[in-house]
Design a protein around this ligand. Structure first.
Ligand code: C2E
Ligand code: CA
Ligand code: CA
Length: 407
């Protein structure tokens, strides 16, 4: 693992880099004085004199171009050297549109310093070519992203999305306790696209906010239509709940919780029949924001489930800080439970801890009777998986409700 930041002392007169060099490091001045200059009309022109706290050499790294100026220590200077990866990794991981903007700002700054000293025509051909290539690469990614965003927006407006519902079963008596709404995209060109192929993109582009709103509204409307079928067929049986996925991106969007609340209130569905599934990510990255967001939702009377529990490396011990009702044990633990003793032990300890905290548990991805039996015997309350049912369109679920209330 390379060290990303280290200190370096240089003597007066040390040339740190010059025009055309490959840029591998950026520098922060701790003590001393650095002169930045460029060659213009046969002479060196000083463009900046930098002192403690200032950063230099970062532009070539960000724009991925050769150095466009020289840096010379005027006196003995202490520098913090920031390796390329420390600066470029977060930029590479950033949203492509943001990257394009960072790159354009850097290019404009570089051009501005050149036009100040009248050296624009002196930029070597190779340097201009490298800049053009880097720029086009980022622009292509950004354009593709914008295109996907447009496709998703059209899909929301059409709508080309659909919700399927997967029954969730009470393990003790095999009755249908609820169902989870899962999104499907019927793309006219690509056919049915599974959420694994578009939810991540929707989250990256921010489109998940609108898609999540649509899903909540649609799931509640479908649920309102399914409840009378259930009540007619199974009078006296507790009404099933509807579980809806809510992404962290929705919870941190300003004003969004109020919009989701309005959708819930307008639906007429009793909040005690609504469960919202959130993943651990917000709780890990911004626990304060997560507590506020979840409290606001809880205030409506809905219940909250933590989805994919165990994959986000959150510690069980801080779960009590969050107003949650249900843990959904991630399917990877269920898949591995029978042939891997660690997964089995982990599942059992999650179930015990949840029980101590008064939380309901749902095991996901139950594919075999062995999974089912072992989970039920370990005290898991609810189960979901292909053994019992796949996600189906609403009309198939209604047909199922009519034929039986148990599994
Ligand atoms: P998830 O919330 O963990 O949903 C459960 C996934 O496991 C579903 O995949 C379901 O079809 C699948 N599954 C259920 N039982 C079994 C089983 O026994 N074996 C196997 N192999 N798989 C099983 P799906 O429908 O492809 O959804 C994938 C993910 O996409 C969901 O995972 C969820 O994270 C996301 N997603 C789906 N719909 C929405 C939505 O409306 N909003 C948001 N934010 N995310 C959604
Ligand atoms: Ca889920
Ligand atoms: Ca899950």
């Amino acid at each position: 693992m390379p060290e990303f930041i280290h200190a370096r002392d240089v003597d007066a007169g040390t040339l740190l880099f010059q025009e055309g060099d490959r840029g591998d490091d950026a520098f922060i001045i701790e003590e001393g004085l650095i002169e930045i200059s460029i060659q213009s009309e046969g002479e060196r022109k000083l463009i900046a004199a930098l002192g403690p706290g200032e950063i230099f050499g970062e532009m070539a790294l960000i724009a991925n171009t050769p150095r466009s100026a020289s840096a010379l220590a005027r006196e003995r200077t202490r520098l913090l050297v920031v390796r390329r990866g420390r600066l470029t990794k977060p930029i590479e991981n950033a949203d492509p549109v943001m990257r394009l903007m960072i790159q354009m700002i850097v290019e404009r700054l570089t051009d501005a310093s050149r036009s100040l000293t009248g050296t624009n025509e002196m930029v070597p051909q190779a340097m201009q070519e490298a800049r053009r290539q880097a720029f086009e690469e980022v622009r292509d990614i950004a354009l593709r992203r914008v295109q996907i965003e447009r496709e998703l927006r059209r899909a929301v407006e059409a709508p080309q999305f659909e919700l399927h519902y997967q029954p969730i079963i009470a393990m003790a008596d095999n009755t249908i306790a609820g169902y989870e709404a899962l999104m499907r995209w019927n793309d006219p060109q690509k056919g049915q696209v599974s959420p694994g192929n578009f939810i991540g993109l929707a989250e990256e582009t921010g489109m998940i906010v609108e898609m999540g709103r649509w899903a909540l509204q649609k799931a509640l409307a479908d649920h309102a239509a399914m409840v009378p079928v259930w009540q007619r067929c199974w009078p006296g049986q507790p009404t099933p709940f509807v579980s809806i996925n809510v992404s962290s991106g929705q919870l941190i969007e300003p004003g969004e919780i109020a919009r989701l609340s309005a959708i819930i209130q307008d639906s007429g569905v009793s909040p005690d029949q609504i469960k919202l599934e959130v993943t651990e990510s917000l709780m890990i990255h911004d626990p304060e924001a997560a507590v506020d967001a979840l409290n606001e939702l809880k205030g409506l009377g809905v219940s909250i489930a933590i989805d994919d529990f165990g994959t986000g490396y959150s510690s069980l011990s801080y779960l009590h800080r969050f107003p949650i009702d249900t843990l959904k044990v991630d399917q990877s633990f269920v898949f591995n439970m029978l042939n891997d003793t660690t997964s089995g032990r982990l599942v059992r300890s999650i179930l015990h801890m949840a029980d101590d905290l008064g939380l309901t548990t749902v095991a996901e991805g139950i594919e075999t009777q062995e999974h089912f039996d072992q989970l039920r015997d370990s005290g898991c309350t609810l189960g979901q998986g292909f053994l019992m049912a796949r996600p189906w369109p609403r009309f198939d679920i209604e047909a199922l409700l009519e034929t039986g209330c148990s599994w």
